[in-house]
Design a protein around this ligand. Structure first.
Ligand SMILES: N[C@@H](CCC(=O)N[C@@H](CS)C(=O)NCC(=O)O)C(=O)O
Length: 248
């Protein structure tokens, strides 16, 4: 993937999408896929994970990825802000269902996956290496919840159970998607975040071996809560929706 620097990108018009370089960060991979599915052109801007990224901080007020900056509008750093911007820039395909109940359920389940104390944050909580915790690294200051391993495991199991129940209901209604009757952002978030639980093959996600080892070290209790139907679904979404091999 070719990345611009912040200095090269910040005065450009149109959409700039800041993405983590070198790892399939699920928030970023989902944001990128949303733009690609909607055929919204963007300039990719590189963020170095775990580093200070001072130019990014100066530009957007924080130093994580993803960030979407459109023209001279405010930088959007949260998953839902980025999704809403994408829906505005290109309403089709619609990734937030029109039906209010489907929309409510979809946004709530996306939050279970993406928000603080959700599936992704709690999975990451258990990925932070002990030496960074020891050193009180900025990754710890930014992301550690200060709660127990048991809490992180329970919240992951809760999120996975909600998703599994939702998918079963959807199939009973005759839908092959996680919300409504078509692809939604929930299918994209689930697929991107499933990489932190059961990474897909190297052909789909060509990440470095040390990252694959970290992403694969999912606690057994969490693995036991993953519905095989959800993995089959994400494999289909990788094949039919994502650009693969994933680029990062
Ligand atoms: N702000 C985002 C979450 C962003 C986030 O967690 N980014 C992580 C992705 S793993 C990141 O950039 N980590 C590396 C770093 O902070 O340097 C949201 O709320 O949707």
């Amino acid at each position: 993937m070719d990345y611009m620097s912040v200095a090269e990108a910040k005065d450009l018009a149109g959409l700039r999408l800041v993405l983590s370089m070198g790892t399939p960060g699920p928030w970023g991979q989902a944001a990128k896929t949303i733009m690609q599915v909607k055929k919204i052109p963007f300039a990719a801007v590189g963020q170095a994970p775990g580093q200070l990224n001072e130019a990014l901080k100066e530009w957007t007020g924080q130093n994580a990825a993803p960030v979407a900056v459109y023209d001279n509008e405010r930088p959007r750093t949260r998953w839902n802000e980025i999704l809403l911007l994408a829906e505005r820039l290109s309403p089709t395909p619609q990734l937030i269902p029109a039906d209010p109940k489907d929309r409510f359920m979809m946004m709530a389940l996306c939050a279970e996956i993406c928000d603080e104390d959700g599936l992704g944050w709690n999975r990451r909580e258990l990925m932070i290496p002990p030496e960074l915790i020891e050193a009180k690294d900025q990754m710890v200051r930014k992301y550690a919840s200060g709660r127990s391993r048991e809490h992180a495991i329970k919240r992951q199991i809760d999120g996975l159970t909600l998703l599994s129940e939702q998918f079963l209901r959807q199939r009973q209604f005759g839908s092959q998607w996680l919300a409504g009757s078509a692809l939604s952002a929930l299918d994209i978030y689930w697929t991107a975040f499933s990489v932190m639980l059961i990474p897909p093959s190297h052909a789909i996600c060509p990440m470095a071996d040390h990252f694959r080892a970290i992403f694969s070290a999912t606690p057994q209790e969490v693995l036991d809560a993953i519905d095989p139907q959800l993995i089959k679904h994400r494999d289909r979404v990788f094949d039919d929706v994502f650009q693969t091999p994933m680029a990062f």
